[in-house]
Design a protein around this ligand. Sequence first.
Ligand SMILES: NC(=O)c1ccc[n+]([C@@H]2O[C@H](COP(=O)([O-])OP(=O)(O)OC[C@H]3O[C@@H](n4cnc5c(N)ncnc54)[C@H](OP(=O)(O)O)[C@@H]3O)[C@@H](O)[C@H]2O)c1
Length: 208
Amino acid sequence: MIAVNPPTALLMLKLAPLKPGDWVIQNAANSAVGQYLITFARQQGLKTINLVRREMLVAPLKAMGADVVLVDGEDLQKRVRVATGGGQVGLGIDAVGGAATQRLASAVSPGGTVVNYGMLSGEVCHMAPADLIFRGITLTGFWLTTWFTRTPADEVRRTMQTVVDQVAGGALHAKVEATYPLTQITDAVRHAGQPGREGKVLLVPTER
Ligand SMILES: NC(=O)c1ccc[n+]([C@@H]2O[C@H](COP(=O)([O-])OP(=O)(O)OC[C@H]3O[C@@H](n4cnc5c(N)ncnc54)[C@H](OP(=O)(O)O)[C@@H]3O)[C@@H](O)[C@H]2O)c1
């Protein structure tokens, strides 16, 4: 878990020119990537607007450092404007695709960037030409595998060291909802596919 989700969160924050005090908006904010992103953004002086699909996640995400937590849906642009006091939202982080991408794009400030890194809805990213043309929003993608293959070894090492230090220091941790022995892999996969999980589902080696 250390090698994928934390660097993904850290690296996506570099995909737009942001300065302390700027806002970042993300959906699927309760995901592991989303929670790491809240931590990294806070360390960099950035503020986060976090979109979830269950009201019950608002309090726990705020407790872990989220500045604003909203249930994704209608009127998002207006609700974000109110919550940020019209602040600069320079980056949108999209794990969902479909209409959720468009909602993020409409909440990002003119000239901002939306990064899609997941396909949780299974739908094609929607983005209105008016956002691309008149508001100058850029839609781009991120895949950690590509980053690993294109980045000099020194930089990869530095990034991974940052992540390892944060895990060792306790700033980053992963919630685990359940563990299964390898013999119950079918149950584990079924469990992992359920909505509303409170953490990762892990496979552990079976004792002989
Ligand atoms: N591009 C890359 O390099 C890269 C790297 C790492 C991960 N990823 C992707 O990032 C995403 C998150 O991964 P993770 O391991 O952090 O996830 P995770 O911890 O397993 O959490 C999954 C999250 O997705 C939410 N979700 C599931 N289906 C959804 C939908 N249709 N609409 C909105 N939210 C939905 C869940 O919400 P509930 O809590 O409400 O169920 C939960 O918060 C995955 O799509 C993964 O493939 C991409």
